[in-house]
Design a protein around this ligand. Structure first.
Ligand SMILES: [Fe+2]
Ligand SMILES: [Fe+2]
Length: 379
């Protein structure tokens, strides 16, 4: 049984110096290589539909493809300031309001101009991390095509590769043409993606990517979709989510079968990996690169962020609203004496356990089919 020190590299999950010790040293690199330790697997069993749920997902995916160039209206002009104002409503501090009032806050003297600058940097940072995460998904899913032993899963994963290419493409285009360019990848996200890709076991790619990273993305896109009124980004998010819900369902449906056969010790390793991923993603949202770029004392801000009780960090908490029920459905919360349940309690996210899991939910997200049916009905 591994300790927190072994799993996440520190004994205290809130150890700020250890969090800051992980930093992206190669912000100017254009190529980053990771050792992919897996075997490519052929299967000679071509029986299509041997796994009906995966087959259904594959047929759905073939019909719900869209084109990032032509199905989004790129002629829409975007005013980033107006978009930000729309997202933050009457609260110009956005999600950082609680920090503004804390003792010794670097935000004490912030006026409208500074809040706007922070809001803009945070938005750019967030969309950039989504873009980098999408590339992680592209690579992970290409790996799944090679490593998963089931033909229905190889078929489905191949459609996800196409989906992810489209997602990288549309986020990159939006940042480039409508906003002010990219942030480099966050150090914690990079570490997590590297860990997922390096793992030799095929199911760990699914757990790290489909369940954890994409589970978080699906929740984050849903949250953003609710608050954005800029029509291009709103439509982009709606279409990306429609794909993303299938991806998470792919993870849930595949791992449900596989985990039923694993021993307790093997499940414990999966629980530890899920916990590691959860912590990396929480660390990522401390957005250290934004504080650096704005010349704000990152130690001070991040220390303050870690002081806020989890129940007050609504956005950060909501990010786990898909992950926790999906982990529950896979039996990961309660295996090994409820180890992961206790860990999720520690980081304040267990309250989502009975929310709907994505294995069932994905059909309601199919925006592409909904729009085609509406267009056909309108003649
Ligand atoms: Fe994606
Ligand atoms: Fe995805």
């Amino acid at each position: 049984m591994a300790s927190d020190q072994e799993i996440i590299g520190r004994a205290d999950v809130n150890d700020l110096e250890a969090i800051l010790a992980i930093s992206n040293q190669d912000v100017n690199e254009t190529i980053h290589s990771v050792q992919d330790n897996a075997k490519a697997i052929f299967t000679w069993d071509y029986e299509k539909g041997a796994r009906p749920a995966l087959n259904k997902l594959y047929e759905k995916a073939k019909n719900s493809q869209w084109n990032g160039e032509t199905d989004l209206d790129w002629s829409i002009e975007v005013d980033p300031t107006a978009m930000l104002m729309g997202m933050q409503g009457s609260n110009n501090a956005g999600p950082f309001l609680a920090l503004a009032e804390m003792e010794g806050s670097p935000f004490k003297n912030f006026g409208d101009k500074e809040w706007e600058e922070l809001g803009m940097e945070s938005m750019n940072w967030r969309l950039s991390q989504f873009m980098h995460g999408e590339q992680g998904a592209l690579i992970c899913t290409a790996k799944i095509v090679e490593t998963v032993p089931w033909i229905d899963a190889k078929y489905y994963a191949s459609t996800q590769v196409m989906d992810e290419a489209r997602h990288v493409e549309v986020f990159a285009k939006y940042l480039d043409e409508k906003l002010t360019g990219y942030y480099p990848i966050n150090a914690h996200l990079k570490l997590l993606l590297d860990d997922i890709i390096e793992d030799s076991r095929w199911d760990m790619t699914y757990l790290g990517m489909q369940i954890m990273v994409e589970g978080l993305a699906l929740a984050a896109f849903g949250f953003m979709y609710q608050i954005v009124d800029e029509p291009l980004l709103k439509q982009l998010l709606r279409y990306v989510m429609s794909d993303e819900a299938r991806h998470v369902a792919f993870g849930v449906l595949s791992l449900k079968e596989y985990y039923a056969e694993l021993s307790d010790a093997e499940l414990r390793e999966r629980q530890e990996f899920a916990f590691e991923a959860a912590v990396r993603m929480r660390d990522r949202f401390l957005q250290q690169e934004v504080w650096d770029r704005m010349g704000i004392d990152k130690r001070k801000v991040m220390h303050m962020m870690l002081q806020v009780p989890p129940e007050e960090m609504i956005f950060q908490q909501m990010l786990f609203s898909k992950i926790v029920p999906n982990c529950k459905k896979l039996g990961l919360l309660d295996a090994s004496g409820g180890w992961l349940r206790k860990k999720f309690e520690e980081i304040g996210v267990i309250q989502f356990e009975d929310w709907v899991d994505t294995g069932e939910e994905y059909l309601t997200f199919d925006a592409v089919t909904q729009d085609r049916e509406a267009a056909a009905a309108a003649g």
